[in-house]
Structure formats: structure tokens, C-alpha cells
Design a protein around this ligand. Structure first.
Ligand code: ITT
Length: 184
């Protein structure tokens, strides 16, 4: 199965987990222009665009960090915001803000050219007061999942179990296996 992404971290975070479902993924790097919209709309649009190029069953994933006190910012703009202001810039925006609750969301879109399906995963948590840890990527250094006191960047083994991405891909895995069972 092709996983179309320019982000190697996304790929590495789900590769082993998907093997447990008997799904072997191969990363394909394609520059696809993203539409403006929700993670669902972006993922579905990207899946269809990628399919028109590679013409094989594939998955794409669109994700982001949503901070409640900032009305969901950076959300669908996470990649761009990360490149511009880094976690440091987010911490500045959050100075003096009491409600630090936030969540990561990932939407996986699968298409085989005939059908298109999406699977969503969310992990709740909060924004830390400083950057911590050196594992993971992007906003992992400032995201503390609910029930923990360390950031994702300090606990990759926890992230591998509870992340938005892992949840979304597990839903996909379950659906895909079931679908194969009933296919003749
Ligand atoms: P694609 O080629 O798959 O699109 P991308 O990195 O451009 O790779 P997105 O457009 O979905 O992916 O942007 C998601 C951004 O959200 C990502 O670049 C990070 O800034 C942030 N993000 C998503 N998941 C994250 C995670 O698990 N840890 C830290 N930051 C994350």
C-alpha cells in the first residue's frame, strides 16, 4: 500500500503498527497542492489528486494541532505555522493564557479509485510552558497528552500507543482487514 507523504515522521510512526494488520506500506513522495479546508477535506482532495497520478490504492494523512484558547489555531495551518514561528512562537502566543488545553487531530484518507474513506484520530492534551524533549517532530516538544506530565517529545513510546495518528491508522487498519475478509 502506498502512503503518499513528504513527512518521513508520519510514515515511521505507523509503519510497524500497520504491519500488525498485515498492511505493508511504502512511502511515496509527491508534491500535491493542498486545498483550504478541514483536515477531512484536505485529506480527501489529496488522496484523489495522488490517485490520478499513481493509479494504485493509497493513503494520505492530514493533521494538525488545535489550541482551544486560540480558537483552534494553528489547526489546518499547522505545517505553515510551524515553519514560520516554531513551537517557540506558539509559547509566546500562549503567554499568560490559563486554558492550555489542545488536541492533535489526524485524518487518514484511503482510496482505490472506486471508493474513498476517511478515518479520524484525536488525542487530547495541553500546551506546556516550555519546550521539552528531543524525540518526535514539530509540535511534540510542547504537547503534553492528557494523563501525563511529559511531552510527546519526551515519551515516544507513549506517543506510539495513544497518538492521533496511531488512532486514525488503527481505525483504517481494522476497516481494511474486515473489507478484505468479505471481498471475493
Ligand atoms: P504531508 O506531505 O503528509 O502533507 P506534512 O508535514 O505537510 O506532510 P500536514 O500538511 O498534514 O503534513 O501538516 C501537519 C502538521 O501538523 C505537521 O507539519 C506538524 O506541524 C503538525 N503535526 C501533525 N502531527 C503532529 C505530531 O504527531 N507531532 C507534532 N506535530 C504534528
Amino acid at each position: 500500500m502506498k502512503f503518499v507523504t513528504t513527512n518521513i515522521h508520519k510514515f515511521e510512526e505507523v509503519r510497524t503498527m500497520l504491519k500488525e494488520f498485515g498492511i505493508n506500506i511504502e512511502r511515496v513522495e509527491l508534491k500535491i497542492s493542498e486545498v483550504r479546508g478541514t483536515n477531512e477535506e484536505i485529506a480527501m482532495d489529496a488522496a484523489l489528486k495522488a490517485y490520478s497520478i499513481i493509479k494504485e490504492p493509497l493513503i494520505v494523512e492530514d493533521s494538525g494541532l488545535f489550541i482551544n484558547a486560540l480558537n483552534g489555531f494553528p489547526g489546518e495551518f499547522s505545517k505553515w505555522v510551524y515553519n514560520k514561528i516554531k513551537p517557540e512562537g506558539i509559547l509566546k502566543l500562549m503567554e499568560g493564557v490559563k486554558d492550555r488545553s489542545a488536541y492533535f487531530k489526524a485524518v487518514v484518507a484511503y482510496t482505490d479509485g472506486k471508493e474513498i474513506k476517511t478515518f479520524t484520530g484525536i488525542v487530547e492534551g495541553s500546551i506546556s510552558y516550555e519546550e521539552k524533549g528531543n524525540k518526535g517532530f514539530a509540535f511534540d516538544v510542547i504537547f503534553v497528552p492528557e494523563g501525563y506530565s511529559k511531552t510527546f517529545a519526551e515519551m515516544p513510546e507513549v506517543k506510539a500507543k495513544i497518538s492521533h495518528r496511531v488512532k486514525a491508522f488503527k481505525e483504517f487498519g481494522k476497516w481494511f482487514v474486515k473489507r478484505q475478509t468479505y471481498e471475493f
